[in-house]
Design a protein around this ligand. Structure first.
Ligand code: SF4
Ligand code: SF4
Length: 187
């Protein structure tokens, strides 16, 4: 009797184990064959900060305002820039980030006036030295800089024209509204 009970119990355990295997077999996989296969990171994923391309410029839009450098609690941003001839805005020429210090707090993204900062989606960075985590965010954009400056000049010229048109329209409106002054006692 004892043997029969053992066989029944063993079969039940085996069947319940097989049921779990079968159930999971039908579900989509939750693991990937890394590094052959790489999963896409979610929108909320945070890694080292990067400069984001702005469609109208065809490059990043860092104006070297240094707001991100000032707000960073880890002091890991250091940047420099110049005002190119014929442009109102400045352009960053160097943008160093020490990712070994970065806490991914996101404050730099929050203060950026041109929304040109984002997070990299790379999730498997590794290195042997701290210097391996010192990134120059400008360097990948070097090839696009000349075209971007040309495009910015066109954008700024258009903006200046629009400003002049608005100012002229305001002036004309004021001139129409202004009541004519009659000297006191005049009929
Ligand atoms: S995410 Fe935070 S710590 Fe990292 S660079 Fe930006 S402000 Fe500094
Ligand atoms: S806050 Fe934005 S625009 Fe200003 S320096 Fe930083 S990345 Fe450039």
């Amino acid at each position: 009797m004892g043997l029969v009970k053992e066989i029944i119990d063993g079969s039940k355990t085996l069947l319940s184990g097989m049921k779990v295997t079968w159930d999971n077999f039908r579900k989509p996989p939750v693991t990937s064959q890394y590094p052959i296969e790489k999963i896409e990171m979610s929108e909320a994923f945070r890694n080292v900060i990067v400069l984001i391309e702005k469609e109208d410029i065809g490059s990043h839009d860092c104006i070297d305002c240094k707001a991100c450098e000032r707000v960073c609690p880890s002091f890991c941003i250091s940047l420099d820039g110049e005002r190119p001839e014929g442009l109102r805005r400045k352009r960053a020429t160097e943008f160093m980030v020490d990712f070994a210090l970065c806490s991914d707090c996101g404050l730099c993204l929050d203060v950026c006036p041109t929304d040109t900062l984002g997070y990299s989606k790379v999730h498997d960075e590794a290195g042997y030295h701290r210097s391996d985590f010192l990134y120059d965010l400008i360097e990948p954009w070097a090839d696009k800089e000349e075209a971007a400056r040309k495009r910015l000049k066109e954008i700024e010229a258009k903006q200046a024209e629009e400003r002049a048109q608005r100012a002229a329209a305001r002036k004309a409106k004021k001139a129409v509204k202004k009541p004519s002054r009659k000297p006191s006692g005049a009929r």
